[in-house]
Design a binder for this molecule. Structure first.
Ligand code: ZN
Length: 405
C-alpha cells in the first residue's frame, strides 16, 4: 500500500488567551468549528510548545521547528527571512540586509526615512538591482522607506558592519569587515553603494521629488547582515517529496529554500479574505500525489496582531467550514491541525503559550479531546515540542525506522 500523505495545516498565531470580549473565552473556544472538533474527538489531540518552552517565536523559527529543522542550530537571524517576506529569492550562502531608503547630502544622512516616503520605491529598487564584479545584488521594497538587499553568493560573509548610522545628521558609515573573511564582501558592497548612489541621484522619481520640494530617496542604508541558513533539502532529510500551499511570502520563501514544490491556488492572499476552500481543495486533490503538504493560513495571526479577537474567531470558523473539503480522506492521509505559535488578540503580540494540535488519521482511535481549542486540547495531557511534530507524524504513517531491537 502507498504510504499516507502527511498534511500539515498550520494556522498562523493559532493559540490565544481568554478575553472579556468573548466572555472569557479564547477565539478558538468561542468559535463554532464542528469539523475540527470532530477531528479532535477522533484523532490524537494535545498541545505543542513552539520550539521550546518559554520561547516567544516568530513564524520563521516556529515553522523551521515544525518541519524538524532546529532553529537553535540553524537560524542565522531575521535578515534573510525578512527579504523572503518581500518575495525575494534567497538561497543558502546569500547575504541579506534590512535596508532603508534615506536622504543623503554629501555623506550626511538628513533623514533616515527619506521624508517618510509614501510612493512606491519599487522602481528605485529595480534600478539598483545590478551586478557588481560578476555578483548579482537584488533590492526589493517594503512599505514606505523599508527595503531589503540580497547579495547572491558564494563566498560571502555576513561579518560586515552596518552602513546605517541609526541617527539623522550623522555620517553614512563605511561597510567595515569584522574579520578577514569579510574583506571581499565589504569591497563589493562599497563599490555597489557608489554605483547605486549615482543611479538613485539620476532617477526620475528622485528628480521629481526634489522638484516638488520633497526629500529624495538617494541612499540605501544597510543594517543587520545575515547569511541565509544552509538547510538540508526536505526530500533528502525525510526521503519524501514535499509541496506547499502558502500565501505569505516569508513562509513561501522558507518552503522554497528547502526544495518544496508549490501547489498554486488562485485567490491566496495571506489575509482574512483568502481562498480557504481553494486551499483545502488543493490539499485534498494532492493527497496520494505527494508525500507531504505544508499549508499556512495567516488569517488568525493577522487578526490577533490587529487586536481583533472577533475577527480571529471568524477566521477560525471560515477555516473550519473549508475543512469539509478534506474530511473523509483519513485512509489516505494524516492531517495535522496546529499553529506555529500563539498570538494574543488582546496585546497584539506573539506569546510563548503552547498551541493546540490534532493528529487525525484512520486507525488512531478515539483517545482524545472534546473540541479543538486550548482548553480541551490541554486537558488530554499530551504535549510535545514543535521539533518532535515531524517524527511523531512519520511514525504514524510508518515512515520512521524503529529505534532499538
Ligand atoms: Zn505574527
Amino acid at each position: 500500500m502507498e504510504k499516507k500523505t502527511i498534511v500539515f495545516i498550520i494556522m498562523d498565531g493559532l493559540g490565544d488567551r481568554p478575553t472579556y470580549k468573548l466572555k472569557d473565552r479564547t477565539p478558538m473556544e468561542a468559535a463554532y468549528t464542528p469539523n475540527m472538533d470532530y477531528m479532535a474527538r477522533n484523532g490524537k489531540a494535545g498541545m505543542i510548545y513552539p520550539v521550546k518552552q518559554g520561547l516567544v517565536c516568530g513564524s520563521d523559527t516556529s515553522h523551521l521547528s515544525l518541519l524538524g529543522y532546529d532553529p537553535l542550530k540553524v537560524y542565522t537571524g531575521r535578515g534573510p527571512f525578512e527579504a523572503m517576506g518581500l518575495g525575494m529569492d534567497v538561497m543558502a550562502g546569500d547575504i541579506a540586509f534590512r535596508a532603508n531608503y534615506s536622504t543623503r547630502k554629501g555623506r550626511i544622512v538628513l533623514d533616515r526615512r527619506a521624508g517618510r516616503i509614501e510612493e512606491s520605491t519599487e522602481p528605485l529598487s529595480r534600478a539598483i538591482s545590478i551586478e557588481v564584479d560578476g555578483m548579482k545584488i537584488d533590492v526589493s521594497s517594503g512599505v514606505e522607506h523599508r527595503a531589503a538587499l540580497v547579495m547572491h553568493g558564494p563566498g560571502l560573509s555576513p561579518e560586515v558592519s552596518d552602513t546605517d548610522p541609526h541617527e539623522n545628521g550623522k555620517e553614512i558609515h563605511k561597510s567595515e569587515p569584522k574579520n578577514e573573511n569579510a574583506i571581499s564582501t565589504t569591497r563589493i558592497l562599497e563599490k555597489y553603494l557608489e554605483k547605486s548612489r549615482t543611479i538613485l541621484d539620476e532617477h526620475p522619481i528622485n528628480r521629481k521629488r526634489i522638484a516638488d520640494g520633497k526629500m529624495p530617496a538617494n541612499e540605501l542604508l544597510l543594517r543587520g547582515a545575515g547569511k541565509a541558513p544552509d538547510l538540508e533539502p526536505f526530500h533528502k532529510k525525510y526521503s519524501m517529496n514535499g509541496s506547499y500551499i502558502i500565501g505569505i511570502p516569508m513562509i513561501k520563501g522558507l518552503a522554497k529554500m528547502i526544495g518544496m514544490k508549490e501547489i498554486p491556488v488562485k485567490g491566496m492572499t495571506g489575509g482574512h479574505n483568502t481562498n480557504y476552500n481553494g486551499k483545502l481543495i488543493a490539499a485534498s486533490e494532492n493527497i496520494g500525489r505527494t508525500d507531504f503538504i505544508l499549508m499556512n493560513i495567516k488569517a488568525p495571526d493577522a487578526a490577533a496582531h490587529d487586536r481583533n479577537p472577533e475577527r480571529k474567531l471568524e477566521a477560525m470558523e471560515r477555516i473550519d467550514a473549508a475543512m469539509e473539503k478534506i474530511l473523509g480522506r483519513e485512509d489516505e492521509s494524516l492531517i495535522v491541525l496546529t499553529g506555529d505559535h500563539s498570538t494574543s488578540s488582546m496585546t497584539g503580540e506573539h506569546t510563548g503559550d503552547p498551541v493546540p494540535v490534532v493528529f487525525y488519521t484512520a486507525g488512531i482511535g478515539k483517545q482524545s479531546a472534546t473540541g479543538f481549542n486550548e482548553k480541551h486540547c490541554s486537558r488530554t495531557g499530551f504535549t510535545m515540542e514543535s521539533g518532535d511534530a515531524m517524527n511523531y507524524s512519520l511514525q504514524l504513517v510508518d515512515r520512521l525506522e524503529k529505534y532499538g531491537a
